[in-house]
Design a binder for this molecule. Structure first.
Ligand SMILES: [Fe+2]
Length: 432
C-alpha cells in the first residue's frame, strides 16, 4: 500500500465530512442503518426493478416515464430523510441515557461515601464535595440551621475559591438557602451579570428542614439543568441521613466518654490506692496499640477495655479486694457487667482475660499464647508496668530499669515476648 493511503486512512476514519459522508459510526447506528436498509431500501430497489421491467416498457409518453422515475426518487429521498431523523433521535436518546447513567453512578458513589461517615463534620464536608460531583459546579456549600440559630449558616465549603466566593455573595446564597428551607423545595437562580448561577435544595429533617445544599456555577457556564436539580435533591436526602447518623454517633461517643470518666473516677475512689491507674494504663495501651499497628476500631476497643479493666472491683468490698481468692473474681464480674451493654460487648472479653498468663497459668480460664485476645495481652503488660512503677499506699515505686527487668523476667511465662519487646522499645525511646 502506498504511504499516502496509510496516512489518509486514520484521517478518513476521524473526519467523515472530509472523505465522504459517514452515515454510521457505532453499533447502534449500524443497527439503525440495517433496519432502514431492510425496511426501506430493499423494497424501493425492488419497486424500481418492477417499474423498469414492467411499467416503463408499456409507457409511450416520455413525460409519464420521467414522472414515474421522479416518484421513485422522491420516495427514496423521503426514506433517507426518515432514516437521518431516526438516527438523530436515537443519538439524542443515547446521549440522555448516558448522562442519566453517569448521574446514577455518581449518586451511588456518593451514597457509599456518605454511609461511611462517622462524625457530623465528616458528613458536611463529604456532602459539599459530593455536590460538586453531582452538579459539575465550581463551588458548593452545606448550610445548616439549628434551634438556637434558625438562619442557615455555612458549615462546609467545597471547590477552588469557594470560601472567597462566599465572602462576596454569601448573603445571597444564604437567602436562597433560607427560601429553599421555608418552601421545602429547590430554589434555582440564573446568572445576572457577574453573579453566578446557583441552586439551593433543602436538607429534610425529621420535623423540619435542617439546612440546605447550595451549588454555584460561574456566569459564563450554562445554567443548571433540571436533572442536576433532581440529582442535588437526591444528594440532599442522602446527606440528611448521614448528618443524623453522624450526630447520633457523636452523641454516643460523647455519652460513652463521659460515662466512662464517671466510672473510672468512682473506681479510683473505691480502690483508694492506685489513683489514676486506669487512665495511665489506657494511655500506655494506646501507645502500644499504635506501635503494633492496631486499626482504629481495635484501638477504640483497647482504650475502653484499658480504662475499665478493673471495673469488676466495684462489686468487691475492701476485704474482698485484699483477699486473692475473691479478688481474682473481678475479671468475671467486670466482663459480666460490660457484656450486658451492647456497645461494650467487644470490650467484655478483653476485660475477662486481662489476667491470663502467656504460658496458660493465669486466670480466669487458663488460656495461653494467642488464644488470649491481643488487647488483653497488651493491657496485661501495661497494667503490670503501671502497678510496678507507680507509688501506692502500700508500696514504693520501682525505677524504669527495675520495671523493665521485671517485665523481661516474666517473658514467656506471664507476658507475650513480642509485646514486651515493643514496650521496651517505647521505654528506650523515652515515650513511656
Ligand atoms: Fe485487674
Amino acid at each position: 500500500m502506498p504511504p499516502t493511503m496509510r496516512r489518509l486512512r486514520p484521517a478518513a476514519a476521524g473526519n467523515g465530512m472530509k472523505y465522504g459522508l459517514r452515515l454510521f459510526s457505532d453499533k447502534l447506528d449500524r443497527l439503525t442503518f440495517s433496519a432502514y436498509f431492510l425496511g426501506a431500501v430493499v423494497p424501493l430497489v425492488a419497486l424500481a426493478v418492477v417499474v423498469e421491467r414492467f411499467a416503463l416498457p408499456t409507457m409511450s409518453a416520455r413525460n409519464d416515464a420521467l414522472g414515474l422515475i421522479a416518484v421513485v426518487v422522491s420516495a427514496a429521498m423521503l426514506s433517507l430523510g426518515s432514516y437521518l431523523v431516526l438516527r438523530r433521535s436515537t443519538r439524542r436518546t443515547l446521549s440522555r441515557m448516558d448522562r442519566d447513567n453517569h448521574r446514577l453512578t455518581s449518586l451511588l458513589r456518593v451514597s457509599t461515601r456518605l454511609a461511611g461517615v462517622q462524625h457530623v463534620t465528616d458528613a458536611t464536608d463529604t456532602a459539599a464535595q459530593c455536590a460538586l460531583e453531582v452538579t459539575s459546579s465550581s463551588a458548593a456549600y452545606l448550610c445548616v440551621a439549628g434551634a438556637e440559630n434558625p438562619e442557615p449558616a455555612m458549615a462546609a465549603a467545597a471547590g477552588e475559591g469557594a470560601t472567597k466566593l462566599y465572602e462576596q455573595v454569601g448573603s445571597e446564597l444564604a437567602s436562597m438557602a433560607s427560601f429553599a428551607m421555608e418552601g421545602a423545595r429547590p430554589v434555582v437562580r440564573e446568572a445576572q451579570g457577574e453573579t453566578p448561577h446557583a441552586i439551593a435544595v433543602p436538607l429534610p429533617g425529621e420535623r423540619r428542614q435542617i439546612g440546605a445544599i447550595v451549588a454555584v456555577r460561574t456566569a459564563s457556564a450554562p445554567p443548571f439543568a433540571s436533572e442536576e436539580v433532581d440529582g442535588l435533591a437526591t444528594l440532599a436526602a442522602l446527606a440528611s441521613v448521614a448528618l443524623l447518623n453522624g450526630d447520633l454517633r457523636d452523641s454516643q461517643r460523647n455519652f460513652f466518654s463521659h460515662v466512662t470518666d464517671i466510672i473510672v473516677t468512682a473506681l479510683d475512689a473505691h480502690l483508694g490506692f492506685h489513683e489514676g491507674h486506669s487512665e495511665r494504663v489506657a494511655q500506655l495501651a494506646n501507645r502500644m496499640g499504635r506501635t503494633i499497628g492496631l486499626d482504629d476500631e481495635a484501638l477504640q476497643r483497647l482504650h475502653f477495655a484499658a480504662l475499665l479493666h478493673d471495673i469488676g472491683m466495684l462489686k468487691l468490698d475492701r476485704s474482698q479486694q485484699m483477699n486473692p481468692r475473691t479478688c481474682d473474681k473481678h475479671t468475671l464480674l467486670g466482663s459480666r457487667m460490660l457484656g450486658r451493654i451492647r456497645l461494650w460487648k467487644d470490650v467484655a472479653p478483653i476485660v475477662h482475660h486481662h489476667h491470663e498468663w502467656f504460658d496458660g497459668s493465669g486466670y480466669p480460664d487458663g488460656i495461653a499464647g494467642e488464644e488470649i485476645p491481643l488487647e488483653a495481652r497488651v493491657i496485661a503488660v501495661c497494667d503490670a508496668w503501671d502497678t510496678m512503677t507507680s507509688e501506692s499506699s502500700y508500696k514504693s515505686a520501682m525505677t524504669r530499669d527495675e520495671g523493665i527487668a521485671e517485665l523481661e523476667a516474666c517473658i514467656e511465662t506471664q507476658f507475650d515476648p513480642e509485646l514486651v519487646r515493643a514496650f521496651r522499645a517505647l521505654v528506650d525511646a523515652g515515650e513511656v
